[in-house]
Ligand binder design. Sequence first.
Ligand code: HEM
Length: 333
Amino acid sequence: MAALPFVLLLLALPPAIALSLEIHYYRYSCPRAEIIVKRVVEKHFQQDPSVPAGLLRLHFHDCFVRGCDASVLVDSTPGNVAEKESPPNLTLRTFDVIDDIKAELEKECSGVVSCADILALATRDAVALSGGAAYALPTGRRDGTISRAADVQLPSPSSSVETAEADFRSINLDLVDLTTLLGAHGVGFCHCSLVTTRLYNYQGTGLSDPTMDPAMLASLKQKCPPEVVLPSNITRDTRIFLNQATSKPFFLDTSFYQGLFGEKAVLELDQGLAFTDVTSKLAARYVRRPKRFVHQFSKSMIKLGYVGVLTGEDGEIRLDCRKVNNGTQTTLS
Ligand code: HEM
């Protein structure tokens, strides 16, 4: 990605935040860090083209809760139920990709590269492999020492655009960021149980959501029966593609936005983008000018990567992304 967009982004951020991270933070301490991250992501991508989708969601869920501090990667311990055990996080995946990268980086330069940076960089590389841009990502994040399931409050897939906008504002992202980052739903999977209400009992009516393309509705009903799946069983639930408007469900392009105008969004929130003035205009602009989407997606991802970062003496550099270094978790916030 050219330097200019990055400079523009920095100008848009408050100076103290913009300066907290830097491009190629590891250039002296671990010069091959970014090359190693990229190589491992590519290896996994070759085996499974859905890996980028998994990483994108993992990074978002990390940043939304306690900031981009890799708290989502920590395993539970006997005294602590970690973020990854909370219901919306039970379907997160690609933890193995992060483990592999960390193992390689520990061989190269032990105790130097944070898990939070690994996740942010791996996601950047995943975006590029899926059709997005390889944006210049500022690094220097440190890892948190707290990960609690009880802290996990994520936006709901059935919320209105207004509510999701307020959720995003709470982490300093705006409506443009929301509309653009939801474009990530152009790739990857959704479990049936998250759409059964829309398919069979929308707002308690006993009917389907009227804002669904009839052909898509019929097809999704075939794949997703009206069963109730307990959250604890969700990983065994059937998966459908999040983007029903494409034949390339792992390619990050503007077909997601095109689909909104044909009422082909799987999630209610996503479909809502077509019914709100500002968001529908932006979606239409992305359909007309796909390069604008790629450009703004990079900017919004960089901005997401700044949310609540720990720098300087805060936090730590974990040796194992699944465990905080002292083996227990601090319960102080
Ligand atoms: C208002 C915000 C958001 C809501 C309510 C939301 C909701 C969801 C839901 C319900 C799923 C399906 C999960 C499953 O069944 O496994 C999903 C998947 C996904 N989300 Fe989001 N999401 C939001 C924002 C984002 C953002 C900001 C990104 C990335 C920048 C993102 C990237 C993804 C991806 C790539 C998937 C597919 C994951 C996979 O294939 O494993 N989402 N999201």
